[in-house]
Design a protein around this ligand. Structure first.
Ligand SMILES: [Mg+2]
Length: 184
């Protein structure tokens, strides 16, 4: 990969879009030279507001950690919700992260002990997860939201996201699996 620094006009462009977080495999990480992930919680790892067991996700996370990859939770949810899920997932992280502002991204990178270019920010939202990750010089992975919460402001955000993604050449209806993104 040659493009290290994001172009100023590309701050909202995810480097990769994947259908779900479990598509991030050791092979994928190695291909992109990644050694760690900062992970959004709601609609990325776990359905919005859910406290149900999500054993598949917990297993995915523990497999990656066993493989030597560093994981860290970067959530805008409440501290209490973030605490409960970091406990269940078995790695560190924070709530009220204030994404897209860079402060907690920096602290997350410090916590995993890796340089920004070896860490991907993974999230379902362009204007928080992806924007902050790009501002922080990280690789950015957008995943399709697990559940579609019907809050009016979320619906507007989703529409704006689709407009932006379309400009970047991603064909995303928000419902069907995503097209492979263009390489540039
Ligand atoms: Mg989210």
């Amino acid at each position: 990969m040659t493009d290290v620094q994001p172009h100023p006009r590309s701050l909202l462009r995810p480097r990769v879009i994947l259908p779900q977080v479990q598509d991030i495999t050791p092979a994928f990480l190695d291909t992109h030279g990644l050694k760690g992930l900062l992970l959004d919680l709601d609609n990325t790892l776990i359905p919005y507001r859910s406290y149900d067991d999500h054993l598949e996700t917990v297993r995915w996370a523990s497999d990656l950690r066993a493989g030597g990859y560093a994981l860290y939770l970067l959530s805008n949810a409440t501290k209490e919700r973030a605490r409960i899920w970091t406990e269940r997932l078995g790695f560190q992280g924070v709530g009220l992260a204030g994404k897209p502002f860079r402060r907690e991204y920096r602290r997350g990178l410090a916590s995993v002990g890796l340089p920004a270019h070896q860490v991907a920010m993974v999230g379902d939202q362009l204007f928080t997860d992806v924007l902050g990750g790009n501002l922080s010089g990280m690789f950015t992975i957008m995943v399709q939201p697990i559940s579609d919460n019907a809050l009016p402001h979320t619906r507007l955000t989703r529409r704006l996201e689709r407009l932006v993604l379309k400009r970047y050449g991603f064909d995303w209806s928000g419902k069907k699996p995503l097209e492979t993104p263009p390489t540039r």
